[in-house]
Design a protein around this ligand. Structure first.
Ligand code: F6R
Length: 246
């Protein structure tokens, strides 16, 4: 059974989780964090920024690795996940640029870029704490439901539903969302020493129940998190509303 923590709403969740992350950084100042983009972590990132602004958190020795990036999108493009992270987290805290890692969506050789990324994670000592969001179809990172999943960092074809949910980054038009991305793989994620999967809102309730208690299947990539020994679901009431609390 995964550990589940349920908060009354998104605000309380973000505040409490930010305090926990700051505590984890205080315990291990050179912590290696795996980070998601998307709607879900925005409040959390802003809370971390607010705590830093109040002098309550020092991120100067933290190293980060983002989960994924769109293929063909340069870091300076406003739709890139690099730009997203800059806006919502990196501009608000004091992580040195040299300790921030994202996949390069315009690397000349995407396969070599994936290998470079895996090596960089290993060289940093592996991920201490991986934060995750979840797609309504059960994807984590950009590991989409499929007949087979990939272990290491790789190139992926995005599902129409995933392109749809990222349309806001590309002028509201899903046709402008790239068809491909680079993503950490399932094994990259599962090797993290600790995993926190965050989900908020009613639209996530069904996939959270399937991820937590359904069969472990490549059709629901998040279900593989059941195999991890230190994984916690961090939910608001709405996302937890379909959990069979057995
Ligand atoms: C993005 C990522 C994705 C998102 C997921 C949920 O880096 O890893 O798996 O976490 O698509 O997105 P939101 O939070 O927008 O619902």
């Amino acid at each position: 059974m995964p550990k589940v923590t349920i908060f009354p709403d998104e605000r309380v969740l973000a505040r409490t989780l930010a305090a926990q992350i700051v505590e984890a950084v205080a315990q291990k100042p050179d912590i290696v964090l795996g980070l998601p983009t998307g709607r879900t972590p925005i409040r959390l990132y802003h809370e971390l920024g607010a705590m830093h602004a109040k002098g309550q958190a020092d991120f100067s020795r933290v190293t980060t690795f983002n989960l994924d990036e769109f293929l063909g999108v340069p870091p300076e493009h406003p739709g890139s996940y690099r730009a997203f992270m800059q806006e919502h987290l990196f501009s608000r805290v004091n992580i040195p640029d040299s300790q921030i890692h994202l996949l390069n969506g315009v690397a000349p050789d995407p396969l070599a870029e994936c290998i470079r990324y895996e090596r960089a994670i290993a060289a940093a000592g592996g991920l201490d704490l991986q934060l995750l969001g979840i797609g309504t179809n059960g994807h984590i990172g950009f590991n989409e439901p499929a007949r087979e999943l990939t272990g290491s960092t790789h190139r992926v074809l995005l599902k129409p539903s995933t392109r749809h949910s990222n349309a806001a980054l590309f002028g509201g038009n899903e046709e402008n969302v790239p068809r491909e991305a680079l993503s950490m793989g399932m094994a990259t994620i599962l090797r993290a020493r600790r995993i926190l999967l965050i989900a908020t809102g009613k639209s996530k309730a069904a996939c959270i129940e399937r991820a937590a208690h359904g069969p472990i299947t490549t059709r629901m990539p998040a279900s593989f998190l059941q195999l991890h020994r230190d994984m916690e679901l961090v939910l608001d009431e709405a996302a937890a509303s379909k959990l069979s609390r057995s």
